[in-house]
Design a protein around this ligand. Structure first.
Ligand code: AHR
Length: 492
C-alpha cells in the first residue's frame, strides 16, 4: 500500500509547458520520412509535412521542438538549407550513417512544421564548426524586419514577414561532438557568440548555453561561473542506457525483468542529476532566473536488427512508457528550476513517440504517456508527499514502486499522474487530498506487460483506456494500479 497526501492549497511552482518538449535531428528517419516527405509525396502532406504525424503531435500539445541537432547542429550550415531546393548544397551526414543530406528541409521548412503543429521553435546554432557571423546572420535572417542583407534574402526566398524566434542554443555538446572543448574555453566562446545574437524589433532571444553531460558537475560549475550572467538557460543531457557500456546497450524488446528494473534504476538517476546541477546553479543564480533545459533525454538501446546502426531506430515498449512517466514526474517536481525538457527524439529515433514505415504510422507507449501527462502543461505543481515501497530484483537497483505528480490547472481542475513501476505487483494507493473535496473524478490508464509494444501490424496493442478503478473516499481517493501502468486522474 502506498500512501499519498496532496496539499491542494499549496502551490509550489508553475510547471513550464516546455517540460513536455521534443527534439528532432537530421538523423536517420527523424526528419526525412518522419516529419517531412516533400510536397510531391503520395503520403498525405501539407507543404511536405506528414499530415498524420502533425495531427498526432497536435493531440499531445507539443509545446516546443528543438532542431537541427544534436551533433548535427555543429556541422550544420544554415545557408545551405535555404533558397530554391534544386540549388541547395548537398552534404554527407558524417555523424549519422554517412548518408546524403540534400538540405531540402531547412529553416523555412522547420518553421513551417512548427506552425502546423502549433509549437515554439528552438533552434540550435553551430559553434563547433561555424562562425560568430554565421550564427548572428541566422538570427538576422529569421527575425529582422527591415532592410538588411539577410532580411532581403529571406524575402527573396519567399518569406516576407520575420518569424518570432525565442529559444536559441549556442552549440550542442561542445564537450564532445560539438568541438571537444574544455568548460572554460566553451564558456568564453559562449560569451562571444551570444553577444551577436541580436534582439530585433520585438523579438527577444532566450539564450541557452551548452551544459553538461550527465554528472559532469565541473562543467556546470565552470560555465555558470564564467558565463551565467549572459545566459537564460543551460542544457543538460542524460540518456538511459541499460547495457554494460555503449557497445552493449541491449535490445529494445525481448528483455528480462532484471534489465527492466536496471533501465528504470538508471532513468531514476535523473532525480540526482537535476538536484545536484540545480544546487550548483543556486550558488550563482539564487533567484532561479536561469532555466535548466534538459534538452536531450530518453532511452538508448541497440538499433533494431537489420537497420542502419547510424540511424538509431529502436522499438518502444511499456518499459519506455514507465521511463517517461517517472522522468516527467521528476521534471514536474523540479519545475522551480527545470524550464524545458526535450525527449530524444520525436520520430523514428531513440525513445520516439511516433514510428513510421512508408505511409504507416504508429504511436508508441511513450506517446501515450505524453498524452496522459499533457494537462500538467503550465499548471501549478501541488505539494505532495509519497510513502512507497521499493521495487526491483537486485537490492542495489531498486526504484520507488509509485511515482506521482499532482497539479492544478487554470480552471481549478486537479490532474494527478501516477505510475506503478513494478513489473508484477499491483500497487494499492491511499491518496489523501487536503484542503479540497474530490468532486467528479475520471481517469485514463495505459498498462500492459513490460515488453508490450505497438507494431505496424498491430498498432493498438498498447493504448489508453478509461480507468474506472478510482473511488472517492471521505479523505480523498482510493485506487489500485495494475503492474506496469501509468494513469491520469482528473479531479473536478
Ligand atoms: O540524440 C542523439 C545524439 O545524442 C545527439 O546528436 C547528441 O547531442 C547526443 O549525444
Amino acid at each position: 500500500m502506498a500512501k499519498v497526501i496532496i496539499h491542494a492549497a499549496k502551490k509550489k511552482s508553475r510547471i513550464n509547458k516546455n517540460i513536455y518538449g521534443h527534439f528532432s535531428e537530421h538523423l536517420g528517419r527523424c526528419i526525412y520520412n518522419g516529419l517531412y516527405v516533400g510536397e510531391d509525396s503520395k503520403i498525405p502532406n501539407v507543404n511536405g509535412m506528414r499530415t498524420d504525424v502533425v495531427e498526432a503531435l497536435k493531440n499531445i500539445k507539443v509545446p516546443v521542438l528543438r532542431w537541427p541537432g544534436g551533433c548535427f547542429a555543429d556541422e550544420y550550415h544554415w545557408k545551405d538549407g535555404v533558397g530554391p531546393k534544386g540549388s541547395r548544397k548537398k552534404m554527407i551526414n558524417t555523424h549519422w550513417g554517412g548518408v546524403l543530406e540534400d538540405n531540402s528541409f531547412g529553416t523555412h521548412e522547420f518553421l513551417e512544421f512548427c506552425r502546423q503543429v502549433g509549437c515554439e521553435p528552438y533552434i540550435n546554432g553551430n559553434v563547433g564548426s561555424g562562425t560568430v557571423r554565421e550564427m548572428s546572420e541566422w538570427v538576422e535572417y529569421m527575425t529582422f524586419d527591415g532592410v538588411s542583407p539577410m532580411a532581403d534574402w529571406r524575402k527573396e526566398n519567399g518569406r516576407e514577414a520575420p518569424w518570432k524566434i525565442k529559444y536559441f542554443g549556442v552549440g550542442n555538446e561542445n564537450w564532445g561532438c560539438g568541438g571537444n572543448m574544455r568548460p572554460s574555453y566553451y564558456a568564453d566562446e559562449y560569451r562571444r557568440y551570444q553577444t551577436y545574437l541580436r534582439n530585433y524589433g520585438g523579438n527577444r532571444i532566450f539564450r541557452i548555453a551548452c551544459g553538461p553531460n550527465a554528472a559532469d558537475y565541473e562543467w556546470m560549475d565552470t560555465v555558470m561561473s564564467i558565463a551565467g550572467p549572459y545566459m537564460d538557460g543551460i542544457s543538460l543531457h542524460y540518456y538511459t542506457v541499460p547495457g554494460k557500456d555503449w557497445e552493449n546497450k541491449t535490445s529494445a524488446t525481448g528483455f528480462n525483468e532484471e534489465l527492466y528494473y536496471r533501465t528504470l534504476y538508471r532513468a531514476a538517476k535523473m532525480e540526482e542529476l537535476v538536484t545536484r546541477h540545480s544546487a550548483i546553479m543556486d550558488r550563482y543564480d539564487p533567484e532561479k532566473r536561469i532555466g535548466l533545459m534538459v534538452d536531450e533525454w530518453g532511452t538508448w538501446y541497440d538499433v533494431e536488427p537489420g537497420t542502419n546502426p547510424g540511424f538509431l531506430y529502436q522499438q518502444n515498449t511499456m518499459r519506455d512508457a514507465m521511463v517517461a512517466a517517472l522522468t516527467l514526474n521528476i521534471f514536474n517536481a523540479h519545475s522551480d528550476r527545470v524550464q524545458m525538457a526535450n525527449i530524444a527524439q520525436m520520430v523514428n529515433v531513440l525513445q520516439a513517440v511516433i514510428l513510421t514505415e512508408g505511409e504507416k504510422m504508429i504511436l508508441t507507449p511513450t506517446y501515450h504517456v505524453f498524452d496522459l501527462y499533457q494537462h500538467h502543461q503550465d499548471a501549478d505543481l501541488l505539494e505532495t508527499s509519497i510513502e512507497t515501497g521499493k521495487t526491483g530484483l537486485l537490492l542495489g537497483e531498486q526504484v520507488p514502486q509509485l511515482t506521482l505528480s499532482a497539479s492544478e490547472d487554470e480552471n481549478g481542475v486537479m490532474h494527478i499522474t501516477a505510475a506503478n513501476l513494478s513489473a508484477s505487483e499491483p500497487c494499492p494507493v491511499d491518496c489523501g487530498i487536503l484542503e479540497r473535496k474530490a468532486g467528479k473524478v475520471s481517469a485514463r490508464i495505459l498498462t500492459g506487460p513490460m515488453d508490450a509494444h505497438n507494431t505496424f501490424e498491430n498498432p493498438k496493442a498498447v493504448d489508453i483506456q478509461d480507468f474506472t478503478g478510482v473511488s472517492v473516499t471521505p479523505n480523498g481517493l482510493d485506487f489500485t494500479l495494475p503492474p506496469c501502468s501509468a494513469v491520469e486522474i482528473t479531479v473536478e
